[in-house]
Design a protein around this ligand. Structure first.
Ligand SMILES: C[C@](O)(CO)[C@H](O)COP(=O)(O)OP(=O)(O)OC[C@H]1O[C@@H](n2ccc(N)nc2=O)[C@H](O)[C@@H]1O
Ligand SMILES: Nc1ncnc2c1ncn2[C@@H]1O[C@H](COP(=O)(O)OP(=O)(O)OP(=O)(O)O)[C@@H](O)[C@H]1O
Length: 300
């Protein structure tokens, strides 16, 4: 086999409960991940060296060297296998860059799946999961897809049962936000208010709403502890979120570390209407609809 292409989805966090700062610089989380139908595509082609090219949505903001998370994933896999394999990766991006939708993590997961296949390694998903956790906190979920709760720094996953399809609208912002800076701002704001930091717990009503496939109930349970920090660093998000609420979204939140804002709709038709209203209000660089949950990386 000379070439393998893998399609991989973005994520939104339905609940992101952030615990205290740990000694290793990470935070313990309860992170309810949900994969949505915005896809990057990664094509891996056999080659002697390691190289990457990025095309599509905001490709100019993505590194094409060793800083690219997909190349790091390929290198980590070759190291794990104890061989000096080579690969050329072509990444076609649709997931917003530095948007809080785990685009880099998705590409890393896709590269692991593609190279495992291309190099004929046949490693089980458990091995890929271990490599994924070393690459970044979001990468294990990017390998899994669907809907799952993550604990630890988000890498320890339990898949969740979901009783239906949810329809989403995403408002994309101009420019990204640094994940590390958003966590640091969250710590700063907590310190300034002297707020007691609770141990993160999954919200039972949210899990029940997911099981029933109940969009209205899920909408009122969406929660992101990083949201105040993201809004503090990007004040314009307050208006974007408010506009979605006014236009009838059943749930509204910043996706992960932002700045993408996510709006839950009652149906596909409602998502279409909501997207038009948000576009007309001019509160986003672009507005897209998607549904979830969707499966993780798929060879196409
Ligand atoms: C915001 C989320 O996207 C929500 O899913 C993730 O928690 C971030 O996951 P990620 O982008 O894969 O993050 P990593 O590459 O592992 O870490 C980047 C930085 O985010 C902060 N970080 C990340 C995860 C975590 N549980 N606690 C943290 O404090 C740390 O400052 C870390 O240096
Ligand atoms: N394959 C990649 N795709 C996108 N960004 C990448 C990639 N590899 C490295 N990066 C770098 O990582 C940074 C974060 O990009 P990414 O799109 O993963 O952010 P994010 O969606 O906010 O992440 P998360 O939701 O996991 O916090 C970018 O600014 C970019 O420089």
């Amino acid at each position: 086999m000379n070439s393998v292409t893998v399609r991989v989805p973005a994520k939104v966090n339905l609940q992101l409960a952030v615990g205290p700062l740990r000694d290793d610089g990470y935070h313990d989380l309860v992170n309810v991940f949900h994969a949505v139908s915005i896809f990057d595509e990664v094509t891996a082609t056999a080659e002697t060296g390691m190289s990457v090219r990025v095309e599509g949505e905001s490709a100019d903001q993505v590194p094409e060297d060793g800083d690219n998370l997909a190349i790091q994933a390929a290198l980590a896999l070759a190291r794990h296998a104890g061989r000096s394999y080579g690969v050329n990766l072509i990444i076609r991006k649709a997931i917003p860059v530095a948007g809080g939708m785990a685009g880099g993590s998705a590409d890393a997961a896709a590269a692991l799946v593609a190279c495992n296949e291309l190099w004929g390694l046949g490693l089980p998903v458990e091995d890929l999961m271990e490599i994924a956790a070393d690459l970044g906190s979001d990468v294990p979920f990017a390998l899994l897809g669907g809907t799952a709760v993550g604990t630890g720094r988000g890498e320890r996953l339990t898949p969740l049962e979901v009783g239906g399809r949810f329809h989403w609208v995403f408002a994309l912002a101009d420019g990204g936000l640094s994940t590390a800076k958003v966590y640091a701002e969250c710590d700063r704001m907590r310190e300034a208010t002297g707020e007691e930091i609770a141990w993160p717990r999954a919200a039972d009503p949210l899990l029940a709403a997911l099981r029933r496939g109940d969009a209205k109930a899920l909408g009122s349970e969406l929660a992101n502890d990083l949201q105040p920090a993201a809004v503090m660093l990007r004040r314009s998000l307050a208006r974007t979120l408010e506009t979605g609420r006014e236009q009838g979204a059943v749930g509204t939140l910043v996706s992960g570390s932002g700045p993408t804002c996510a709006f839950l709709a009652e149906s596909e038709a409602h998502a279409g209407e909501l997207a038009l209203s948000l576009k007309a209000a001019g509160v986003a660089r672009d507005v897209i609809t998607a549904y979830g949950p969707v499966p993780g990386p798929t060879v196409v």
